[in-house]
Design a protein around this ligand. Structure first.
Ligand SMILES: NC(=O)C1=CN([C@@H]2O[C@H](COP(=O)(O)OP(=O)(O)OC[C@H]3O[C@@H](n4cnc5c(N)ncnc54)[C@H](O)[C@@H]3O)[C@@H](O)[C@H]2O)[C@@H](O)CC1
Ligand SMILES: Nc1ncnc2c1ncn2[C@@H]1O[C@H](COP(=O)(O)OP(=O)(O)O)[C@@H](O)[C@H]1O
Ligand SMILES: [K+]
Length: 495
């Protein structure tokens, strides 16, 4: 159930289900039933309920909800954007099942209403919401009533999570068959409230046949690929991660990544330090080793030892030619790479150079972990990225353009592979917005890759474990706390 279906995929699934013998009105009845059940859950005594119906099938769902809630003894008013005689297809049939009055939607006010059912627009939202509907949305959002949205809060684009003009803020959203990307991507996620997925009879096989390429990032995607130490193992079988340090005043970021890599399970971790910073790094490290490595040439020497299996390059490493050469040297040595921070900025507007790095590293994997600023510097000019409609599609286009797995960070981090697979993360608490947490993320992913976890799933698992560690620590989190929470996160994953 981790797939996230686009509106087009959902329409295709509906269409195939209907073609397979389940009439559309049956799907609509089930959708309405699921929404009505959610509305009724937890209400005591009769409620005053306003059902706001749009001109398409989302509105059709609303008429079913209205009928069922009225039959359950509630005081239901239906307000519709268009008169019922202008509805067509399943929505017209659903409207015929509503025996009560249909009032206009324009000018609607929330006075005295306990519960609002938002059935104005769902998957068919095609343009920005304009007057007079914008005033209706504003009235919904100003009301003290509970708001339950059908499929998506009206005004939220289900594919992109963007607000089209204005959008309902719901307390709960009931969607059908699978969630949509817009339920996870911001700002959509914040408009949905709690999301419930209702089974309306779309078979899993029907979804599987659509080859959906987007998923919610959760252990079900990658748990079976997590590295597990085996009884006959030794530390070198668990990989050796190298993290490159910056100069004497810029060493903390590498140590954060190194510690995270060790906690992620790498058998050994070495901080490759400029000679001038060796004493500082050594003074702060215990299980993690330190090696003097002066720039790209000496990194190449280090990597003649085949046991170094993965590198994290970038955190506080410095921006410019030397960092770029270190990346190139590591790629030429065909090691798994996590490129973060300064390593990314050193390839600003140099997509061709980055592509070359990814190509020369193959078959080793490369993961890029940009935040939005680094992403803009890297991919700002690239065609597919500029045209992308959403954070999801931007990350996907960047992965295709670079050949690397792209982790586009933020509250709704997207992980995208060059083959089109993508996952949207949803477990990261805002406590993560603090200095150095990105360095920790790079280290976790590097630690998993050092153990030969496949690249895309290593990136997905790393992002999720990072979020879970932050959530487990909670308020007051600083970057140093994250690696120390990983043992607890591992226990939940390996049970
Ligand atoms: N058989 C099916 O396909 C099923 C569909 N279902 C429901 O149907 C919904 C999709 O139905 P539709 O495709 O009819 O789409 P919607 O009901 O979301 O809206 C489409 C209508 O809104 C108009 N519209 C779009 N944007 C507008 C704007 N900004 N201002 C004014 N009018 C605008 C369009 O011209 C069209 O008339 C789903 O979200 C779901 O709630 C469910 O009943 C399950 C079964
Ligand atoms: N509001 C937020 N909610 C959840 N996670 C966030 C939020 N802001 C940032 N993060 C996460 O915190 C990390 C910050 O990384 P980054 O921007 O590289 O910071 P730094 O360079 O200080 O390490 C990323 O994993 C990002 O996804
Ligand atoms: K809706």
């Amino acid at each position: 159930m981790l797939e996230l279906m686009t509106c087009a995929e959902m329409a295709a699934a509906d269409g195939r289900t209907i073609a397979g013998g389940t009439p559309g009105i049956v799907l609509m009845e089930r959708a309405g039933q699921a929404v009505a059940e959610r509305v009724l859950a937890g209400v005591a005594g009769p409620q005053r309920i306003a059902v706001l119906c749009g001109p398409g099938n989302n509105g059709g769902d609303g008429f079913v909800v209205a009928r069922l809630l009225a039959a359950a003894g509630h005081d239901v008013a239906v307000h519709a954007l268009v008169p019922p005689d202008r509805l067509t297809g399943d929505a017209a049939e659903a409207a015929r099942g509503w025996q009560g009055e249909v009032l206009p939607l324009a000018g609607w006010r929330a006075d005295g209403v306990d519960i609002i059912v938002d059935a104005i627009f769902g998957a068919g939202l095609a343009r920005d919401i304009a007057a007079p509907l914008d005033a209706v949305i504003a009235a919904v959002n100003a009301a003290s009533a509970q708001v339950v949205a059908v499929d998506v809060p009206s005004g939220i684009d289900g594919d992109t999570g963007t607000v089209r003009g204005c959008a309902v803020r719901a307390d709960e959203t009931v969607t059908f068959a699978r969630r949509k990307p817009g339920h996870l991507l911001l700002p959509g996620r914040e408009h949905c409230g709690r999301v419930h997925v209702a089974d309306i009879g779309i078979a899993d096989a029907t979804v599987a046949a659509l080859d959906v390429r987007t998923a919610a990032n959760a252990p079900g995607l990658w748990r079976d690929k997590l590295p597990r130490p085996d009884a006959a193992g030794h530390k070198y079988k668990r990989g050796h991660l190298v993290v490159a340090s910056g100069g004497p005043a810029r060493t903390g970021a590498a140590r954060l990544a190194a510690r995270a890599g060790l906690r992620a399970g790498a058998g050994l971790v070495t901080v490759a330090s400029p000679p001038a910073a060796v004493a500082i790094n050594a003074g702060h490290l215990t299980a993690i080793m330190v090696r003097a490595v002066d720039g790209a040439e000496q990194l190449a020497d280090l990597l003649t030892d085949a046991r170094f299996s993965a590198l994290v390059l970038g955190p506080a490493l410095g921006i410019g030619e030397e960092t770029r050469r270190m990346v190139e040297v590591a790629a030429a040595a065909r090691r798994h790479l996590v490129l973060d921070a300064d390593a990314l900025t050193s390839f600003s507007n140099n997509l061709a150079g980055l592509w070359q790095v990814v190509t020369s590293a193959a078959p080793a994997g490369v993961v890029l972990t940009p935040h939005e600023g680094e992403f803009a510097r890297l991919f700002g000019e690239a065609g597919g990225v500029a045209q992308a409609r959403s954070k999801l599609e931007r990350a996907r286009a960047a992965a295709a353009a670079s050949g690397a797995v792209v982790v586009l960070k933020g509250p709704d981090t997207v992980i995208a592979a060059p083959d089109g697979r993508a996952a949207i993360n949803e477990n990261a608490p805002p406590w993560l917005a603090t200095a150095g947490t990105g360095d920790v993320l790079a280290g976790i992913i590097g630690g998993l890759m050092a153990q030969e976890m496949p690249t895309f799933v290593a990136a997905c698992a790393g992002v999720w474990m990072h979020g879970a560690a932050a959530a487990a620590f909670g308020p007051g989190l600083i970057a140093e706390d994250l690696p120390e929470m990983l043992p607890q996160v591992w226990r939940t994953l390996l049970d």
